[in-house]
Design a binder for this molecule. Sequence first.
Ligand code: GTP
Ligand code: MG
Length: 479
Amino acid sequence: MRDEDSRTGSMAQSTPLVLAGAGGMDIADFATDHSGRKAILLTRDKDTWEFEELAETMGLDIIEVIFQSGNEDPHGFFGKGRLQDVGDELSQSPKGHPWNGIDLVLVHQNASPRQLVSISKVVGVEVWDRVRLLLALFTTHASSVEARTQVRLARLRADRSVLREVVRRETTGERLGFGAGGKTGWSGILEVVGREVASLQKRQRRHAASQAERRRQRRRTGAKTVGLAGYTNAGKSSLFRVLSGKEVLVEDKLFSTLETTVGRMQASPRILLADTIGFIDRVPAELLDAFKATLSESLECDLLLLLADVGDEPIEIERKLCTSRRDLLDRMDAEDSPEVFVVLTKCDLASPEQYDVAKKIVEDLALPSAVVVSSFSGEGIAQLRDMILLKIYGLPHSLLLKNVDGGLAIPAIVSRLHDIGLVTNTSFQGENKVITLWADRVSIAKLMAKSPNQIEVMKANYQSPKNIGDAHSQKVEEE
Ligand SMILES: Nc1nc2c(ncn2[C@@H]2O[C@H](COP(=O)(O)OP(=O)(O)OP(=O)(O)O)[C@@H](O)[C@H]2O)c(=O)[nH]1
Ligand SMILES: [Mg+2]
């Protein structure tokens, strides 16, 4: 058992706690490896592929998907009779029966505590709804202290709501029937959970405050931040890796990234990139809240890249962009929100026709224009870098640096120019140096004021690069 689990652990050991399942999920034992577990999935919705993908990412083996049409029952999700049939079949499945050895029942939707407790009472094994599946997945993937803290907090909060339901049933005389606990046991554990939630929240607030201070310091030094956001598996970490050269985990798994990593953009060390956790449909606000500090780290930025996989089906691109946009709007302060633009990723896996379809979706959603890139082939990456520089600094400036008696030495001015932005070209005009600089006007004006008559702004000769996505649209227009 990990140290951080020890307090609730001792309590849970003395009182075996069964939360959403008589199969025995004890709150201290947040198992991280569920691969190979056999499960059945209860659903009211025919479209279960994303849920199944999440389950597959965890290595769960869904033996059967059981569908019941109609609206969900507020008491037991499935109707009473159907649920009882499932429970009977589970408990009576002999050796050789496909259901033999199933110790997990999955519920396709986000279930209420009442539904979870009722289902577990009937089926007699552990029950996870969509939130619990996500939490279990997060627990499996949480590798840093920060990620573990936020996942544990989210998990304890979810467990607390189920515990409250258990206590409510005990106090109102609705016996649970799976024997463990008893009123005092449950209430005691509820208290311990409450204390741990408070202590984790405190730890998280301290962490958020120090992160915010770090962000303020970065801003003071003039660094700009570019956040990478998007649906899970959109290719955020891969793009981060290409732009920053910094190693982060890239996997064909949902939610490989759970924390924010900040790295410098290789082309310009003044620009920081922030890779973070992805979005997914229907995540309850409470769960998202646990990741607030992590998300702030990348969403409180000067420019936000919203990523979408251009190879996805059009309907999926639209759904994922809508989810991401909604979650972003929920998280961002309207007054202080950064400029956003869409990056269509993995173009090596798609055709130019698919780029056009995706770009049209972006346009119809009234999202800012899209750049098409591939982190694998490198297509579009140079244009994306230029787009980032353009959005952050505006057009590059051509500066003529002149020697003036009593003024600063030219190398000293050049060094300051490197401090305020990105120098991309140096040439000479007679004896004077000409520098192409990407930097904001305010910083340039300040430097000019400090070295009077030494810096002259010339007309920049800049042509914005064509993106691979533009090339095809242009060809179609010409035809
Ligand atoms: N072919 C191709 N595959 C890519 C590209 N970018 C990412 N991938 C693949 O897409 C999968 C997800 O990539 P990640 O970079 O981990 O995506 P993410 O958005 O960080 O995912 P999460 O952190 O899990 O939300 C991995 O299997 C990558 O190898 C690309 O440009 N081309
Ligand atoms: Mg990632």
